[in-house]
Ligand binder design. Structure first.
Ligand SMILES: [Zn+2]
Length: 233
């Protein structure tokens, strides 16, 4: 048997393994398992970031509240304006000051309300994520078990194919086999294809001059675009 025929035979057997792998990747068992796993991997970092943000907001709120209290305290000094009037003082200066402070208080109050709302929203978001995380943690155990079960049902079949592949690989040149395995890991499949005239039958790329020569001599060449092995039937 020629190298090409051996490779084709190997590839045919390999395609059965690939089908099982693709079915597994498309199975609900895998999707549930991998999605919950990915969620749980990212959740702690997200929760930490939200927690840190909440602390920052609390500090900001305390600062604004302090500012507000200080100004409110200062305003108390203006409560005895009437006494000042009786004493004959020019109160227009004090009145102007008091008005400015009241305006300042009003705008601080608006800031406080907005910040309080932000804090409340952030807190609710945090709690919701926390709740979801706990729910997904519970699910994850079930999903992991279900996926293990799924894998078990495919194991025997996979082992049989792998044993056959091992046998077939013994007849393939190690260097060629290594390149086949590399392409396989890059998710190229089928890996070895017949040429269609001067072109790759899979992607349609025209062969290089060197490639055409190789094909003319009955050798295997590689598509420059999709990197499949090409041969002449
Ligand atoms: Zn190609």
């Amino acid at each position: 048997m020629t190298q090409i025929e051996q490779l084709l035979k190997y590839q045919e057997e390999d395609s059965k393994l690939l089908k099982i792998e693709r079915d597994a990747a498309n199975s609900d068992e895998w999707k549930n398992y991998s999605q919950s796993k990915s969620f749980l991997t990212k959740a702690p970092e997200k929760l930490d970031a939200m927690d840190a943000k909440a602390r920052e907001l609390e500090v900001d709120l305390q600062k604004i509240n302090k500012k507000y209290e200080d100004i409110a305290e200062t305003l108390k000094d203006f409560e005895n304006l009437d006494d000042l009037v009786e004493e004959g003082a020019d109160i227009s200066f004090y009145k102007k000051n008091a008005t400015q402070l009241q305006e300042k208080l009003k705008s601080l109050k608006t800031e406080i309300n907005a910040l309080s709302k932000t804090i409340k929203d952030a807190d609710e978001e945090y709690k919701a994520l926390k709740k979801k995380t706990i729910a997904v943690q519970k699910q994850y155990t079930e999903y992991a078990a279900a996926y293990q079960e799924y894998k078990k049902t495919k194991l025997a079949e996979m082992e049989t194919i792998k044993a056959e592949l091992k046998k077939l690989s013994a007849d393939i040149h190690p260097e060629v086999f290594k390149r086949y395995e590399n392409k396989r890991s890059e998710r190229i499949f089928p890996i070895i294809c017949a040429v269609a005239g001067d072109r790759c039958s899979k992607c349609g790329m025209e062969l290089s001059i060197a490639g055409k020569e190789k094909i003319a001599h009955g050798e295997v060449t590689e598509c420059e675009n999709c990197h499949r092995f090409l041969y002449k039937e």
